[in-house]
Write a protein that binds this ligand. Structure first.
Ligand code: PEP
Ligand code: MG
Length: 575
């Protein structure tokens, strides 16, 4: 019987194929009492299982396929770190001796103790680590119970099948990638989950948060995955199949056509130049940026250098990472944002858990609270500026004090390089992100003191509408078309344009083709987005009449009726 499930689409495209179900070891284990003379044997059995899993993960880490995304290695390291945590590696052995219980039971009890600690923490990034803990324990249980690793004992399925799992660990995905799946779908996960991150970087159509797909779908059943809309169709009839084959074909043709635009100059119909830049997380992402014809890097989210590790990156390590990106971009600009840690991107082992992380010690607030860490990064960025066109971008500015302190920190970093006789670009532009309503509403002080601005719409929407962007339960309220958001964004662009301060949008709005014309109508001339969206946005730009969209954009700012707003947007996009 055919039915449809809805989840969160994390990577666009359409896949049609047969379901391949993946089972994980069950976390339900029996409690057995063991005789005293078996304690040592049970402890040794536990150690063997641990060593086996450690070896599997290390082997995976040394055989990462060339085409695997850079994050894979970090994910494996997180699992190895969890495996080495005393709560999981030592405490179960003490428990086996003290309670004379079986190894599986001891491990499960320790896992629950660890998860309880995670439960006290209200932080999306750490919640994702909870999933990692479960995945690691599943793996050890698999080794204990069957002698085989949990999810990796999958029989290689036929090429082009669709992987259906309750949850997937990044380590699993590495292996599955080699099997050339057409898509994967999971019950769990959110847009910030590892599965979503991996799916995006692999470019396979995927859906997460389907809730019951693993239970409802049967092995070999035909599935349609519409990654753009988060729709899964199970056992479709021939008419629906035909429709989606056609859509898939059209999507592939569109992708091919788009590739022809790589070297086309991005300009609207009257010839006005529009700059389309790329957002990157790691230095290696610059290759994807170049392949998609980016005119520069508009946002380098450097905090990813700080995540999934116990130590902090030193100045030299950071310098190498920035220099790699800068030299790979040649003469094109690279906008390096100082670390935006805190909120959902917490450092491993952070001692203090903020009661409300998105409103806490985050981004520039943390940079200024950790002057040495900030100084190290600024020196590294400045050193990289000697190798290309670097711009420094400060996240989440909200007051004149922060602005002054940030500029002072840049001046101090420059002075220390001068003292050391190290070369850097003395004219390196310093810009600020506008992502807090306070900054948007007092923009004059930012345009006067900064060389450029970049609007972080992801946070600007979060803070304007008071919606935690990482909380799935309020995700439906996250609305870029809310009149307050539209008016704020439009006024930032207008004020910056009047002041002659270059302004870009680098939040997700910039990569959303349905909003490209609206932003152009507001006067935006520079966009920065995930490289995969660049060519589709360029295609819209090339067909846009600025005068027409400007008139409609003004009309949109005058209405607060959501239906009217949507119909005006449709009209604009149909021009
Ligand atoms: C934003 O807030 O829109 C932005 C680009 O920064 P991030 O998504 O990294 O917070
Ligand atoms: Mg932001």
């Amino acid at each position: 019987m055919s039915f449809t499930l809805h989840g969160i689409g994390v990577s666009s495209g359409i896949a049609i194929g047969r379901a391949h179900l993946v089972s994980h070891a069950q976390l339900e284990v029996a409690h057995l009492e063991i005789p005293a003379d078996q304690v040592l044997f049970e402890q040794a059995r536990f150690d063997d299982a641990l060593n086996k899993v450690r070896k599997e993960l290390s082997d995976l880490a040394t055989h990462i396929p060339d085409n695997a995304p850079a994050e894979f290695e970090a994910f494996l390291n997180v699992h190895l770190m969890i495996l080495g945590d005393e709560t999981l590696s030592e405490a179960p052995k003490a428990m086996i001796a003290a309670q004379r219980c079986n190894a599986e039971w001891a491990l499960k009890q320790q896992m629950e103790a660890l998860l309880e600690q995670f439960d006290q923490i209200d932080d999306a990034y750490l919640r994702e680590r909870k999933t990692d803990v479960k995945q690691v324990v599943e793996r050890v249980l698999g080794a204990l119970m069957t002698g085989a690793p949990a999810a990796l004992s999958v029989v290689p399925p036929e090429e082009g099948s669709i992987l259906v799992a309750h949850d997937l660990s990044p380590a699993d995905v590495i292996l599955y990638k080699q099997h050339r799946f057409a898509s994967f779908i999971t019950d769990l996960g959110g847009t910030t989950s590892h599965t979503a991150i991996v799916a995006r970087s692999l470019g396979i159509p995927s859906i997460v948060a389907l809730h019951h797909a693993r239970r409802l779908v049967r092995e070999n059943e035909t599935l349609i995955v519409d990654g753009a809309h988060g729709v899964l169709i199970v056992d479709p009839d021939e008419t629906v199949l035909e429709e989606y084959r056609l859509r898939r074909h059209e999507w592939e043709l569109d992708q091919q056509k788009l590739r022809r635009l790589t070297t086309t100059r991005a300009a609207v119909l009257d010839g006005t130049r529009i700059e389309l830049h790329a957002n990157i997380e790691l230095s290696d992402d610059v290759h994807q940026a170049r392949e998609n014809g980016a005119a520069g890097v508009g946002l380098f989210r450097t905090e990813f250098l700080y995540l999934n590790r116990r130590d902090l990156p030193g100045e030299d390590e950071q310098f190498e990472a920035y220099r790699t990106a800068v030299t790979a971009m040649g003469r094109l600009p690279v906008t390096i944002r100082t670390f935006d840690l805190g909120a959902d991107k917490e450092l491993d082992g952070a001692e203090r858990v903020a009661p409300n992380p998105a409103l806490g010690l985050r981004a520039i607030r943390l940079c200024l609270a950790e002057p040495q860490m900030f100084h190290r990064q600024l020196r590294a960025i400045l050193r990289a500026s000697a190798f290309g066109r670097v711009k420094i971008l400060i996240p989440m500015l909200s007051s004149m004090t922060e602005l002054r302190q940030s500029l002072l920190a840049v001046a101090e970093a420059k002075a220390s390089l001068d003292r050391d006789g190290i070369a850097y670009d003395h004219e390196v532009p310093v810009g600020g992100m506008v992502e807090v309503p306070a900054a948007a509403l007092s923009l004059g002080m930012f345009t006067r003191k900064l060389d450029f601005l970049s609007i972080g719409t992801n946070d600007l929407i979060q803070y304007t509408l008071a919606i935690d962007r990482t909380d799935e339960s309020v995700a439906h309220l996250y609305d870029p078309l809310h009149p307050a958001v539209l008016n704020l964004v439009a006024s930032i662009i207008q004020t910056a344009n009047k002041a002659g301060t270059p302004v870009a949008v680098c939040g997700e709005m910039a990569g959303d083709v349905s909003l490209t014309r609206l932003l152009l109508g507001f006067g935006l001339r520079q966009f920065s987005m995930h490289p995969a969206n660049l060519l589709a946005v360029k295609q819209v730009v090339l067909k846009t009449d600025l005068d027409e969209v400007t008139v409609l954009a003004k009309r949109m700012l005058k209405t607060d009726d959501p239906e009217k707003l949507h119909s005006l947007l449709l009209k604009m996009n149909a021009l």
